[in-house]
Design a protein around this ligand. Structure first.
Ligand SMILES: *[C@@H]1O[C@H](CO)[C@@H](O)[C@H](O)[C@H]1NC(C)=O
Length: 163
C-alpha cells in the first residue's frame, strides 16, 4: 500500500548545541538555540543534526525530550530523546524533568527518512546521549570505546534538503 507521509517541505532543522564533552541539546526551535548559545548557558552551536516536523504529520510520532537536572543548561545534564512513552516515564520516575515534545519523526524507515542513531556515554562526571544520522561518525564513536551504541531512536529526514 502507498506510504502516507508528512509533507517534507514542513520539516525544519533539528539543531544541536552543546557544552562540548558535557551536554548535547537538540531543538527544533531557533529561540532555544538563541537562549542557549548566550550567557548564562553559553553553549556552542554545533549545527543541524537532522530535519524533523514540529507538528504531528502523517505517519509521524512524538519524539519526547526529558533531561536530568532541574535547571536549564547545567553541566552534566543528560538530554534523552525517545519515541517510547515507557522509556520517557521511567526516566521521569528516576528524576528526569519532562521537557515535552522536541519534534515528530517516523517510527520506521519510510518516506525517505534515515536512521537517527542513538549513543550513550557515562563516566564519573558525565552521562550523555548523542544522536546522529552519520553512520560513519557513529562507528567512530563506538570504536573509541567511550560510547555505547543504543541503536536507532527513530527515523528523521536528512539535514541536506537536496539529499
Ligand atoms: C560523517 O562522519 C565522518 C567521520 O566523522 C566524517 O568524515 C564525514 O564528513 C561525515 N559525513 C557528513 C555528511 O557529515
Amino acid at each position: 500500500s502507498p506510504q502516507t507521509c508528512g509533507d517534507p517541505s514542513d520539516a525544519v532543522p533539528f539543531y544541536l548545541v552543546a557544552l562540548p564533552g558535557q551536554a548535547f541539546y537538540y531543538t527544533a526551535l531557533a529561540s532555544d538555540v538563541n537562549s542557549l548559545i548566550n550567557p548564562p548557558f553559553s553553549y556552542s552551536f554545533i549545527g543541524t543534526a537532522a530535519r524533523v516536523f514540529t507538528t504531528q504529520e502523517l505517519s509521524t510520532v512524538p519524539f519526547f525530550h526529558v533531561r536530568s537536572g532541574s535547571v536549564l543548561g547545567p553541566l552534566h545534564s543528560d538530554n534523552l530523546y525517545t519515541t517510547s512513552t515507557t522509556e520517557r516515564d521511567s526516566a521521569l520516575v528516576s528524576g528526569y524533568v519532562d521537557t515535552g515534545i522536541a519534534g515528530y519523526i517516523y517510527p520506521s524507515q519510510i518516506c525517505g527518512s534515515v536512521p537517527f542513531y542513538r549513543l550513550f556515554t557515562t563516566t564519573a562526571t558525565v552521562t550523555e546521549h548523542f544522536y546522529t544520522i552519520n553512520a560513519t561518525y557513529r562507528a567512530t564513536l563506538v570504536a573509541s570505546g567511550a560510547w555505547t551504541d543504543e541503536g536507532i531512536a527513530g527515523y528523521v529526514l536528512d539535514f541536506n534538503v537536496c539529499a
